[in-house]
Write a protein that binds this ligand. Structure first.
Ligand SMILES: Cc1cc2nc3c(=O)[nH]c(=O)nc-3n(C[C@H](O)[C@H](O)[C@H](O)COP(=O)(O)OP(=O)(O)OC[C@H]3O[C@@H](n4cnc5c(N)ncnc54)[C@H](O)[C@@H]3O)c2cc1C
Length: 429
C-alpha cells in the first residue's frame, strides 16, 4: 500500500527552503498539497473588521494560483478546498488512507489552537501530525534561551543571537512531487471570492506569488543593487526601491527569511558589504524578535496593557473618529494620505505606519487594538507578530524600553514630505 501524506499549507506558500514540504515528499509515496480557503474565519469580525479584507484575499488568491503553477511544474497540484482545515482534512482522510499531516508551526494563539485541535482529532484516527518551523531567520531549536528567558528588549536579543546562533543552510527545493488523482467533486473554484484591488500602488512591485517574490528579490539585490542604499532610504515614502518591499511575500511565506539572509550574504561576497546590506538583515532580526516574543507572550500582545500588564492606555472607541482615520478624513492630511494609500493598496511604508499609529493612539486617543485590527484586515503583509508587536510598541505596552512612541506629525512631515509629494499622490481631492 502506498504511503500518503497531506501537506497543509498556511503561510508557507513556497517550494524553496520549505522543510514541511521537503519532509512530506521524503517520507511518502504520494503527497496531497492542500490549502483550506476558510471564508468563515477570513470574514470573522474582529473589533469591527473582517480578518481578511478584500485586498488581502485578492493577494492570497494570486499567491495560491502561483503555488499551484509551481507544484504543477514538478508534477503535482495545489488542492484548494473551501472550509475549515479540520472538516477538510477529515474529508480527505476519509477518502485517502493517510499516514501523516505536515504543516507549519504557528505563532498566533488562534492558529496554534487550531493546530492543536487538528492534532487531537488526527490522533483519534491514527494519523500522525507534525509541525515545522519555517518562518524565521534563526531556527527556534538553535536559540540559546528558553521561551521564558527570551529578552524583552530587541538590542539584547539581537546581540545574543548574532553572536551565538548560526543561520542554517537552505532546504533543497523539490524537483518532483507525486500526488494522487483526486475525486472530480473536489476541484472547486474560488474565483467568486477573488476581488482584487484596483488601487495603483506607487511603491509596490508587481505582486504575485513565489515566482514574482524570487524575481523581485533578485531585481532588488543583484540588478538594481538597491540594497546598497537601504539604510539611507528606508524611511522614504514613495517609490519602488527605497525599501525592499519583501514584507507581503514574507507574510505569506512566498519567501523564506533564511533564503533572503543567504542571498544578502551572496550579494555581499560578490559585490560589497556595507551598513545598508547589514541593515536589511538587522530588520529581519526585528521580525524574528517579534515572533519569538510572541511565543513568550502569546495572549498579552492582544490586551490593552500589553506585555506590561499596566499602562495609561484607555479602551476609548469613538466610531466617528475611528471612521475618519480609516477613510483618510482626519484634520491631518499627512495621516490621511497614508490611510488612503492603505485603503487603496493594502500597504504603506514603515515610517507612515509609525506616524498613523501614533496619531491614532495619542492624537485621536483611541484604543490601539482597534487600529491594529484594522491593519490586520487591510495589510497585504499582515503578520500577526509584526503587526501586534509594532502596535503594542508604539502604544508603549510592548517591547519598548522608552515606554511608547508619540510622533510629532508636523516634524515628520517637514522631514519626510516637505514638498508634499506624498500627500499630493494620495490626497486626490
Ligand atoms: C504599526 C505597525 C504595524 C506593522 N505591521 C506589520 C505587519 O503586519 N507585517 C509586517 O511584515 N510588518 C509590519 N510592520 C513592520 C514594517 O512596517 C514592515 O515590515 C515594512 O514596512 C515592510 O516594508 P519592506 O518589506 O519594504 O520593509 P524593509 O524596510 O525593506 O525591511 C525588510 C524586512 O524586514 C522586516 N521588518 C522591517 N521593519 C520591521 C519592523 N518594524 N518590525 C518587524 N519586521 C520588520 C520585514 O519583514 C521587512 O519586509 C508594522 C510596523 C508598524 C509601525
Amino acid at each position: 500500500m502506498k504511503k500518503i501524506g497531506i501537506i497543509l499549507f498556511t503561510s508557507d506558500l513556497r517550494l524553496h527552503d520549505n522543510t514541511t514540504l521537503h519532509q512530506a515528499i521524503k517520507e511518502n509515496d504520494l503527497v496531497i498539497p492542500l490549502f483550506c480557503w476558510d471564508l468563515e474565519h477570513m470574514n470573522q469580525g474582529q473589533l469591527g473588521f473582517p480578518r481578511h479584507g478584500t485586498i488581502r484575499k485578492g493577494f492570497l488568491h494570486k499567491v495560491l494560483q502561483d503555488l499551484h503553477g509551481q507544484l504543477k511544474q514538478i508534477g503535482g497540484y495545489l488542492l484548494v478546498k473551501k472550509g475549515n482545515p479540520i472538516d477538510v482534512i477529515t474529508e480527505i482522510i476519509g477518502e485517502f488512507s493517510t499516514h501523516k499531516v505536515y504543516t507549519k508551526k504557528q505563532v498566533g494563539i488562534e492558529e496554534k489552537r487550531q493546530n492543536d485541535s487538528i492534532k487531537k482529532i488526527l490522533l483519534t484516527k491514527g494519523v500522525d501530525f507534525e509541525e515545522y518551523s519555517t518562518s524565521t531567520v534563526f531556527h527556534p531549536s538553535d536559540m540559546p534561551f528558553s521561551i521564558s528567558s527570551i529578552p524583552e528588549v530587541f538590542t539584547k536579543f539581537r546581540k545574543i543571537v548574532e553572536k551565538e546562533v548560526e543561520v542554517r543552510e537552505l532546504i533543497p527545493t523539490p524537483t518532483k512531487i507525486n500526488c494522487p488523482v483526486l475525486p472530480k467533486k473536489w476541484i472547486e473554484s474560488i474565483e467568486e471570492e477573488n476581488v482584487i484591488s484596483d488601487g495603483k500602488s506607487h511603491s509596490l512591485p508587481e505582486m504575485g506569488g513565489e515566482t514574482s517574490a524570487l524575481h523581485h528579490l533578485n531585481w532588488y539585490l543583484f540588478e538594481k543593487k538597491a540594497i546598497l542604499h537601504y539604510k539611507e532610504t528606508r524611511n522614504q515614502l514613495l517609490g519602488l526601491e527605497f525599501s525592499s518591499k519583501l514584507s507581503p511575500w514574507l507574510a505569506l511565506g512566498c519567501l523564506s527569511p533564511k533564503f533572503i539572509y543567504h542571498e544578502v550574504k551572496r550579494f555581499e561576497n560578490a559585490f560589497l558589504a556595507n551598513d545598508s546590506t547589514y541593515w536589511l538583515i538587522f530588520e529581519l532580526i526585528w521580525r524574528d524578535f517579534f515572533r519569538f516574543s510572541f511565543k513568550k507572550h502569546p495572549i498579552e500582545y492582544y490586551q490593552l496593557h500589553g506585555i506590561l500588564g499596566r499602562s495609561e492606555r484607555k479602551e476609548n472607541r469613538d466610531f466617528e473618529i475611528i471612521e475618519s482615520w480609516i477613510e483618510g478624513k482626519t484634520e491631518n492630511n499627512f495621516v490621511n494620505a497614508a490611510m488612503l494609500e492603505l485603503k487603496s493598496t493594502g500597504w504603506m511604508s514603515n515610517r507612515m505606519r509609525q506616524i498613523v499609529a501614533s496619531y491614532f493612539i495619542y492624537d485621536l486617543d483611541q484604543d490601539w487594538r482597534v487600529g491594529a485590527a484594522y491593519f490586520e484586515s487591510q495589510l497585504i503583509d499582515y503578520d500577526v507578530s509584526s503587526n501586534w508587536g509594532n502596535w503594542a510598541y508604539i502604544a508603549g505596552v510592548g517591547n519598548d524600553p522608552r515606554a511608547g512612541r508619540k510622533f510629532n506629525t508636523d516634524k515628520q512631515e517637514e522631514q519626510y514630505d516637505r514638498d508634499k509629494r506624498y500627500q499630493n499622490t494620495w490626497n486626490i481631492n
